[in-house]
Write a protein that binds this ligand. Structure first.
Ligand code: SF4
Ligand code: SF4
Length: 435
């Protein structure tokens, strides 16, 4: 037997813990077992009592000598990325937006998908879905609700197709919330199979309105919050994203207070996004962006704030097969003109399209994205985070030719400690559910 290369031992609040990123398991260890694990040598195997040995084996902390975790991980990665099970589409029926956010990276465009292009999207799906076992759509923009009739039309046809094929259809939406009236939310959830809504609030009104004003000026906070309050019971899940840079971490506390006043604490989850200066359309905001190591610290202190205020937080890393649509063979973003892209940052960027819905032949960009391989990068190959990271954002490597590890690389142990604190708080009845 040998120790897994993906073990993370740590000490917290008087106890020893062992986390394993290959299995995503975590256990507490008695001090004498920690001693044995710290000074591992196969000859001490017989001194591990059975009640400690079995959990070490089950959680993958201790493995057979010949087991090659890296090779298995590579197969997990390939099977997930090149699986033919489902078609995953991010559809931007428009890149137009009713907001003018200070950090928006999309090229401004008023284009809305035409009925002819929507028909061509349906034909494309019909062809691409024939050997699949499910269709998942994420409505994206711009602001997708500006093209609600196109969303409705496509949904009707997708649902009917999936019914005929007896395969599941599911949808999510990323919407700034300004047009998410209860009537729209009802249609989305009850008729259009939308389960999850991601909405962004960047702080209390003054902060949010300065960062996410309406196109042409005007405030958006009150309308978004009113819609959120009125529609929150309709969705299966809502995530409020708070985009963080150097200027707004201090104001998060006030925003949480406002959400609590509306009793949204048990109805929505909150998470923090890192503002990054991406693409040519992104104005000069790099001076206010946090580097990833800086953001990882701020993210932890804000998550600590959530736990202290009794909010549920999800600190659990998740095992990854691939990273995102960029490295999955059957996932694409479709923009309003019918171009296919492999990354949300590339919506509407002609030079980065990987093909179009009108002809199924992918271009060279497609092969560049799909050849992204963290196992060819010596740092990733040797990294203990690989099972829960799979190489970080492909856009950074494929388009920007750089590498920027995800925040978990810098705050994994702090996340696990916070997760433990969250459990304790929930058990004592002082907090929400914690993953
Ligand atoms: S490549 Fe990076 S930026 Fe693009 S969708 Fe994937 S994770 Fe997001
Ligand atoms: S991107 Fe960074 S954190 Fe992720 S596997 Fe590679 S080296 Fe590790």
């Amino acid at each position: 037997m040998k120790l897994s290369r993906y073990n993370f031992p740590f000490f917290h609040d008087g106890k020893n813990y062992l986390y394993n990123s290959f299995t995503n398991a975590m256990i507490t260890l008695r001090p004498e077992i920690v001693q044995l694990v710290d000074n591992w040598d196969e000859s001490i195997l017989s001194s591990i009592p059975k009640e400690a040995f079995d959990p070490l084996l089950q959680g993958g902390y201790l493995i057979e000598k010949e087991k090659d975790e890296l090779t298995r991980l590579k197969v997990r990665n390939r099977m997930s990325r090149f699986s033919n099970r489902e078609l995953g589409l991010t559809i931007a029926p428009t890149l137009d937006c009713n907001f003018k956010c200070i950090y928006c990276f999309e090229e401004p465009s008023r284009a809305i998908m035409t009925t002819e292009t929507a028909d061509a999207v349906y034909d494309y799906v019909l062809e691409a879905l024939h050997d699949k076992k499910g269709l998942g759509v994420c409505w994206y923009g711009g602001e997708p609700l500006l093209a609600f009739d196109i969303m409705e039309k496509l949904t009707r046809r997708f649902k009917s197709l999936c019914r005929t094929m007896a395969i599941p259809y599911e949808a999510d939406i990323i919407s700034n919330g300004y047009l998410m009236t209860p009537e729209v939310a009802k249609k989305l959830t009850q008729e259009m199979s939308v389960r999850f809504w991601q909405v962004t609030l960047d702080g209390p009104p003054a902060v949010h309105n300065a960062r996410r004003p309406l196109q042409g000026g005007g405030e958006s906070f009150d309308t978004v919050l009113k819609n959120l309050e009125a529609s929150c019971h309709l969705f299966e899940r809502i995530a409020v994203r708070i985009n963080i840079d150097r200027t707004n971490p201090e104001q998060v506390n006030e925003l949480l207070g406002l959400l609590e006043q509306k009793e949204l604490q048990d109805k929505v989850s909150v998470y923090f996004g890192q503002v990054q200066a991406i693409g040519a359309a992104c104005p000069g905001i790099s001076h206010q962006c946090l580097s990833t190591p800086e953001f990882s610290k701020v993210e932890m202190s804000l998550n600590r704030l959530l736990v202290d205020r009794g909010w549920p937080v999800s600190m659990r890393p998740s095992l990854k097969g691939g990273v995102c649509l960029a490295d999955q063979v059957n996932s694409y973003l479709i923009d309003p003109s019918g171009n296919l892209a492999k990354c949300w940052n590339c919506a509407g960027v002609e030079s980065q399209k990987v093909g179009t819905i009108f002809e199924t032949k992918p271009n060279d960009n497609f092969f560049r994205w799909l050849s992204f391989d963290p196992f060819e990068d010596p740092e990733c190959r040797n990294c203990k985070m690989l099972p829960v990271c799979m190489g970080g954002c492909p856009y950074d490597k494929v388009i920007d030719q750089k590498k920027d590890c995800f925040t978990q690389k810098y705050n994994l142990i702090d996340r696990l400690k916070l997760r433990i604190d969250g459990w304790k708080k929930a058990e004592s009845g002082q907090g929400g559910k914690h993953e």
